[in-house]
Design a protein around this ligand. Structure first.
Ligand code: IDP
Ligand code: MG
Length: 139
């Protein structure tokens, strides 16, 4: 995967609250092109694998419960400097610390239920994109 791509998930709280449209609107307005997208429901095994890097953290169980309680929208986004610019667009992990106008400031309830995922590096963007999408689902 090229380094001008990042991976995102609109997390279960965003789907529950009817925020798919508003969040995609922010993503579009910020200049990201959607090159892959699907609604999917992660199994426990999926969530444990996707977040394996956090499996020693005290919030791991809560995180897996949250991410498997309903469907998500997964997407691969393309833009110059995609990883960094998308992290700026979503804001800090804890919405209380997120900048005004960011997706998490607008739509996240708490540090746990924080509306969206964004890859933290080009390497992880490639790994996470490949976790959710096959080559023929990428446009
Ligand atoms: P990030 O999503 O901003 O990259 P990470 O530190 O990678 O944040 O954490 C992954 C996810 O784990 C967060 O988005 C959030 O859903 C959850 N999480 C992180 N820290 C906490 C916490 O202290 N309590 C509960 N959940 C947390
Ligand atoms: Mg992270």
């Amino acid at each position: 995967m090229a380094t001008n791509r990042t991976f995102t998930m609109l997390k279960p709280d965003s789907i529950e609250k009817g925020n798919i449209g508003p969040i995609l609107d922010k993503i579009n307005a910020a200049g990201f092109k959607i090159v892959a997208m699907k609604m999917t429901h992660m199994t426990r095994r999926d969530a444990e694998a996707f977040y394996a890097v956090h499996n020693e953290r005290p919030f791991f169980g809560e995180l897996v419960e949250y991410m498997t309680r309903g469907p998500i929208v997964a997407a691969i986004l393309e833009k110059e400097n995609a990883v960094e610019d998308f992290r700026t667009l979503i804001g800090a992990t804890n919405p209380a610390d997120a900048a005004e106008g960011t997706i998490r400031k607008l739509y996240a309830a708490s540090i746990g239920e924080n509306a969206v995922h964004g890859s933290d590096s080009d390497e992880n963007a490639a790994i996470e994109g490949a976790f959710h999408f096959s080559g023929r689902e990428l446009f």
